[in-house]
Design a protein around this ligand. Structure first.
Ligand code: A2P
Length: 332
């Protein structure tokens, strides 16, 4: 079957990656509609050797469309996804709009592909930091259930959208030229800096990104009692997120067993060269499909042998967003 598809937010960072991933994976398409704001209407974007003209998104955009990949922000999805579903399309939504809605499957294909079948028109794509953590933790959890996760993130600016990458690039240029470094949309200067994730702080003191990692992982793993605490931080990196992950398993877990499991896990590549000090890095993870996993070691603060530490890097725009959504669509 070849799909009549549309991309909402085609001109954005994730939208552009959708085009790359669909082309690379030869996703079966009979037509592709590119949708964005009025600002971009009339622009053309290259796809599979053709120039496709961007159209302004409206509720009438979905006539005849069977598959929608949406990545233009939560408020746009809340407004337009219902119209797409009403027109008969299946929507893979990359925003947070429907992720925690009961009955909407939230899917990482390496973890819970079986949930796709229960969709009623919308399948939600998880938060990028959630995906980067879930891909390597799930195969371990299958063998020895994880009781508690402590995660700290080092998140790329791409997670904020194309403007985040533009802002970092501008600040790098200004710094290199000895000019004053000015912030624009980020709340703080990002070059030469790290800051707590730029999402709102909830009543529990966690920011939205941290709460997403906790709640989404529980939903994806079907494990409502899983204990998770997260600290999410923005770093001056273009497009891959890294995470330090501490795991407490139900039973003792050896470092060797973790290596064995991860060596055959889908979507994971072990990068763990202690001799040469080569471990996962965002530069190496960028534009890669796999989540890089390394620093695999026994947690010496858990004397019962149940603790493992990992450090991972994964391309936020790719596996954290566009690739994961296309993999969901492939399973449809
Ligand atoms: P546009 O480029 O026309 O502004 P990013 O996450 O990289 O910032 O990209 C956001 C995407 O969402 C872009 O494709 C952007 O289109 C699109 N977008 C933003 N606002 C709207 C809107 N009101 N209607 C349709 N698309 C929108």
């Amino acid at each position: 079957m070849a799909w009549r598809a549309a991309i909402i937010g085609a001109t954005g960072a994730v939208g552009q990656e959708f085009l790359k991933v669909l082309e690379e994976r030869r996703f079966p398409l009979s037509s592709l509609k590119l949708l964005a704001s009025a600002r971009s209407a009339g622009k053309s974007l290259r796809f599979a050797g053709q120039d496709l003209v961007v159209e302004e998104l409206s509720e009438r955009s979905f006539a005849g469309v069977e598959l929608v990949l949406a990545s233009a922000g939560g408020s746009i999805s809340r407004k337009f996804v219902p119209a797409a579903v009403a027109a008969g399309a299946v929507v893979v939504d990359n925003t947070s709009a429907f992720r925690m809605v009961d009955g909407v499957p939230l899917v990482v294909p390496e973890v819970n592909p079986q949930d796709i079948a229960s969709h009623k028109g919308i399948i939600a794509n998880p938060n990028c930091s959630t995906i980067v953590m879930n891909v390597p933790v799930w195969p371990l959890h299958q063998v020895n259930p994880v009781r508690r996760i402590v995660v700290s993130t080092y998140q790329a600016v791409s997670g904020a959208g194309a403007w985040g990458m533009w802002e970092l690039a501008e600040q790098i240029k200004a710094f290199a030229a000895g000019q004053p470094v000015e912030k624009k949309k980020f709340p703080h200067v990002i070059v030469n800096n790290v800051f707590s994730h730029n999402s709102a702080i909830a009543d529990n003191g966690y920011n939205e990104e941290e709460n997403k990692m906790v709640l989404e992982t529980r939903k994806i793993f079907h494990c409502p009692g899983l204990l998770i605490t997260a600290t999410c931080v923005r770093v001056p990196v273009m497009r891959a997120h890294s995470e330090a992950i501490n795991l407490q398993f139900t039973r003792p877990m050896s470092e060797g067993r973790v290596r064995e499991i991860l060596a055959r896990a889908a979507g994971v590549r072990i990068v763990d060269d202690r001799k040469n000090n080569v471990f996962p890095m965002p530069l190496d993870a960028s534009s890669q499909d796999d989540i890089l996993v390394g620093r695999i070691r026994q947690d010496i603060s858990q004397p019962d042998g149940c603790g493992i530490d990992l450090f991972v890097s994964g391309d936020q725009v790719r596996k954290g967003a566009a690739l994961n959504a296309v993999q969901i669509a492939e399973r449809l």
